[in-house]
Write a protein that binds this ligand. Structure first.
Ligand code: ARG
Length: 273
């Protein structure tokens, strides 16, 4: 558990233009109705939850025609004041990349550009000094080597195998500098062995927790904000001493997203986590 759990800086994007207009993951059904106004209210609750926990939230202006831009985690990854921009796999999201890049540049981060498909914090999660990097569906394996050069952190490649858990942040949540929660069967046998070796005390999620995007959670080291439907996972986390805060992001789930997808962590310098 982390003692200094306040004062994180997050970047979020209001879902003003949120919709499900195309299907680039198995959760998306463009024929099913989406309530954008409800998505905005749910998103505002998530934002307020962070503020109530003592965190700071920066906002990037949403752009019309980019219905997935609400998923700020895919806008980049920021560590030690360095921001690595993204390159989306799917053309439908391509125009989000320069918008996020411009935001990081204006905010004064040192900019780096991706060399291959890279979907930011959707697939790249900092766990202590390790950079956990997913591949298999979106972020290219070749990009992992590039990441290591940019951030100078050991990069641990994790192979995702279930299309429902297409981004690392849908299958694994970093709880604090030393521990994670994950769904074992979302990973290849070799990656499961790596996770067991690195995190022998990890919280293992059930298939039901994962299906409600329980692992798409945001932890500040003490408080874990997660979908309120993930009740078993919340119980397991409380047993380990974490405080859990349940939020309802049902509309955003229709696009295959949850709390973490809506949240990008801005790490200014070495000291700020
Ligand atoms: N519809 C979006 C996509 O498929 C959802 C992105 C969710 N973001 C995340 N960090 N997992 O790209």
């Amino acid at each position: 558990m982390t003692l200094d759990a306040t004062g994180r800086r997050y970047l979020m994007c209001r879902p003003t233009y949120f919709a499900v207009e195309y299907a680039i993951n198995p959760w998306m059904d463009p024929t099913a109705p989406v309530d954008t106004a409800l998505a905005v209210r749910q998103w505002e609750t998530l934002r307020q939850t962070y503020l109530d926990l003592g965190h700071h939230v920066e906002e990037i202006e949403p752009l019309p025609g980019l219905p997935d831009m609400v998923f700020a985690a895919n806008g980049g990854i920021v560590i030690d004041g360095r921001a690595l921009a993204v390159q989306f796999r799917d053309p439908q999201r391509a125009d989000e990349a320069p918008a996020y890049r411009a935001w990081f540049e204006r905010a004064g981060f040192e900019m780096y550009d991706p060399k291959h498909v890279n979907e930011g914090e959707g697939d790249l999660l900092l766990a202590g000094d390790l950079l956990l990097a997913g591949t298999g569906f979106r972020t290219a394996h070749a990009e992992h080597a590039h990441l290591q050069e940019v951030f100078g952190r050991p990069v641990i490649t994790l192979q995702l195998v279930d299309p429902r858990y297409y981004h690392l942040d849908t299958a694994l949540c970093v709880l604090d500098e030393r521990n994670v929660a994950y769904l074992p069967e979302a990973f290849s046998p070799g990656s499961q062995a790596v996770l067991r070796r690195l995190f022998p005390d990890a919280v293992l999620a059930t298939a039901a927790d994962a299906a409600v995007f329980g692992l798409n959670a945001v932890s500040d080291g003490r408080h874990v904000v997660l979908p309120r439907q993930a009740t078993a996972l919340a119980g397991a986390l409380r047993d380990r001493g974490y405080e859990t805060i349940g939020v309802d992001l049902s509309e955003l789930h229709k696009a295959g997203g949850g709390p973490k997808c809506c949240t990008l962590t801005l790490r200014k310098g070495e000291a700020s986590k």
